[in-house]
Design a protein. Structure first.
Lengths: 567, 78
């Protein structure tokens, strides 16, 4: 019997107080996510239970109990608050690969009342600079491998006062405002008086791309734990004896909501593989650690499909009992394939950085319609709206996917961008930016984005950030970035570039520009293809009409061209 | 060919000048190069060696080490 039991019954009598009661929370109590994920588990007798089994790509393993998690997160909390003097509300960046220190640091920041800002370790200097500038982060916790990228931008960041480099050898040479830190050598902190956060105390800041401007910081609060706890329990179906693997990096919201907060608020053992994607390694990892619940992404699943069925036979994956996916719509073929090859279907889940938790999903025990996002989480009102922001009653008619606030983990604002935040709400609805339809049984079906945001392997990238950096290249006069459909990644970036006089299109120049973007932003933002053009379609006011390029790329009708600038 | 590939990888993907890449250094499983960056290597191979690697061969398995990349290049070298 699954944790959720009957979906219909849950929908009838739902209230978020279910999560509050299970977490022994009463309204007005202090609430600190860091405490819930560590100390509370120890108080419940789980101190000696394994919390984290970490494995590096060389096969090196490290194992940590909840008692270890408590002590090491306390060390970070102490370092940040007592030694560095950081305070409640300070934004503290974590810029690391998926090493144990990342997890300890995240919880330590929450314990001392800071705002944790984990960033994807593949971000280039421009991606970092944008986020550091926007947030005004005063500290960064990083590694020897990654600190060169911080050093390149530090001169432009007057707010950044502390750079802490993870290092077993604390005598490594450091530059001004830098220090080395080793959690294993730090004094053992059995207790730390955690910050008495309340429900609305800011906790985590995750940057997410939109169709206009630079990425925006979606701010979450400590009471998001109620959403993350209950959705982890009911959608991921995690139970005491499970070994759970969430493949997402904590630089993205999945890696924090469901790679840290959700599972550890439930006292679950989780495994982390710090390395790139190689099918045989992933299967070996599942076999070795007897993973029971696996939460991954459609791009990875499609790559596993591409690796084929024969390789699966070399491994014992019989421990698996429940599979879920996130980040982009899961194509029906993947659902059918996983049932055939693993004996279990992947359950697609839909949510966003702004929602903080899963809101539309396929649930254990409920019929899966391959290709469907599933149904709204109990207690959540989801609808499809017209462009006048009124619910569309007609079944199967596409419209704007919208959600009725509130729910505990909804973002509270975009950092320093209140107007951007307010623009996401119309007529009492949160407008997601996705388009979908609802069928006669209440299943949602994804129909694409309603804007120019590109979804590359489950990660959103805004065209503006790519175009801005393209313009920094000496050869580029004008640029436009669109999403091009891709069988493996759902979309990849394609750039259209008009060159400055004196530059000629060539394969060399294409490769140079691709690598330029990859190093400045990330591999996700890197155009997989560049088309050199004489000019870009623009409106008379000079706005690039990306939708025209997108339609041409997809062989679709280009639509209304009445605003197109004439040559 | 090996030296030119290593030189390209060092220039484009390795930030620590003291780090060494050899013919069997794991590139993908170590996280040094991800699946989305494989296209950069494919484009370089086309430009430098005149060899077009088909999409279906541009996989993480085939690009895990310099030696494996060379095997794929030799397969499609005319």
């Amino acid at each position: 019997m699954s944790n959720i039991g009957s979906y219909e019954k849950r929908c009838k009598d739902f209230d978020w107080s279910i999560a509050q009661k299970e977490l022994s929370y009463k309204k007005g109590d202090a609430i600190n996510i860091g405490y819930y994920c560590t100390d509370r588990n120890c108080e419940l007798g789980l101190g000696s239970k394994l919390a984290l089994i970490w494995e590096g790509f060389t096969g090196e393993q490290k194992r940590f109990t909840f008692e270890d998690l408590k002590i090491h997160s306390n060390s970070f909390a102490h370092l940040l608050s007592q030694k560095l003097g950081l305070k409640n509300g300070d934004r503290i960046v974590i810029f690391m690969d998926k090493i144990p220190e990342l997890y300890f640091a995240f919880l330590g920041i929450l314990k001392m009342g800071g705002i944790a800002m984990p960033l994807f370790s593949a971000f280039g200097e421009e991606s970092l600079l944008t986020r550091f500038e926007s947030s005004g982060a005063s500290a960064v916790l990083t590694t020897r491998k990654l600190v060169p990228r911080i050093r390149k931008i530090k001169g432009k960041l007057p707010h950044l006062k502390h750079v802490v480099i993870m290092s077993e050898d604390e005598s490594i040479p450091v530059k001004e405002q830098e220090m080395a830190f080793s959690y294993s050598k730090a004094p053992r902190m059995e207790s730390f008086e955690h910050f008495p956060a309340t429900a609305e105390t800011p906790s985590v800041l995750h940057y997410t791309s939109g169709t206009t401007g630079q990425p925006k910081g979606a701010l979450h609060v400590h009471s998001s734990i109620f959403s993350q706890y209950l959705t982890t329990k009911w959608v991921l179906d995690l139970r005491t004896e499970d070994i759970y693997w969430c493949t997402a990096d904590p630089g993205w919201v999945t890696g924090t909501s469901y790679g840290i907060i959700g599972p550890w608020s439930l006292g679950i053992t989780q495994v982390v593989l710090d390395g790139g994607f190689v099918p045989a390694k992933w299967y070996e990892f599942i076999q070795k650690h007897k993973v029971t619940v696996w939460y991954s992404a459609p791009t990875a699943i499609r790559m596993l499909m591409k690796a084929g069925k024969e390789i699966v036979k070399k491994f014992d994956l019989s421990s698996l009992r429940h599979l879920c996916s996130v980040g982009e719509p899961l194509n029906p073929e993947a659902v059918i394939w996983s049932e055939e090859v693993y004996g279990l279907p992947f359950h697609d889940t839909w949510w966003q950085t702004e929602t903080g938790c899963i809101l539309v999903s396929n649930y254990p025990g409920m019929k899966i319609k391959p290709g469907s996002m599933g149904k709204a989480f109990p207690g959540v009102t989801a609808a499809v709206l017209s462009h006048e922001f009124e619910p569309i009653a007609e079944k199967d008619k596409p419209g704007l996917l919208a959600l009725k606030p509130p729910w505990p983990s909804i973002f509270r604002t975009y950092w320093n961008n209140e107007s951007g935040y307010e623009s996401k709400f119309k007529n009492g609805w949160y407008i997601t930016g996705d388009r979908s339809s609802i069928d006669e049984e209440g299943y949602f079906w994804f129909m694409g984005r309603d804007d120019d945001v590109i979804n590359v392997a489950g990660h959103l990238v805004g065209p503006f950030e790519i175009e801005s950096v393209l313009l920094e290249h000496e050869a580029v006069a004008e640029s436009a970035a669109i999403g091009k459909p891709d069988a493996m990644n759902m979309e990849v970036v394609k750039a259209f570039v008009a060159l400055k006089p004196g530059f000629e299109p060539s394969d060399d120049l294409e490769l140079e520009i691709m690598n330029f973007i990859r190093k400045k932003l990330s591999s996700i933002a890197m155009p997989q293809e560049i088309e050199f053009v004489d000019s870009l379609p623009k409106t008379r006011s000079g706005k690039i009409m990306r939708r025209v390029l997108r339609a041409q790329e997809r062989g679709e009708p280009v639509g209304d061209l009445s605003t197109l600038e004439n040559d | 060919m090996k030296e030119e590939l290593i030189e390209y990888i060092m220039k484009e993907f390795v930030e620590d000048p003291d780090e060494e890449i050899e013919e069997n250094t794991p590139l993908i499983s170590s996280g040094l190069i991800d699946s989305l960056s494989v296209v950069s290597l494919v484009a370089f191979i086309d430009k430098k060696f005149g060899v077009k690697i088909p999409d279906e061969k541009g996989t993480v398995d085939n690009f895990e080490t310099v030696n494996k990349i060379i095997e794929v290049i030799n397969e499609f070298k005319t």
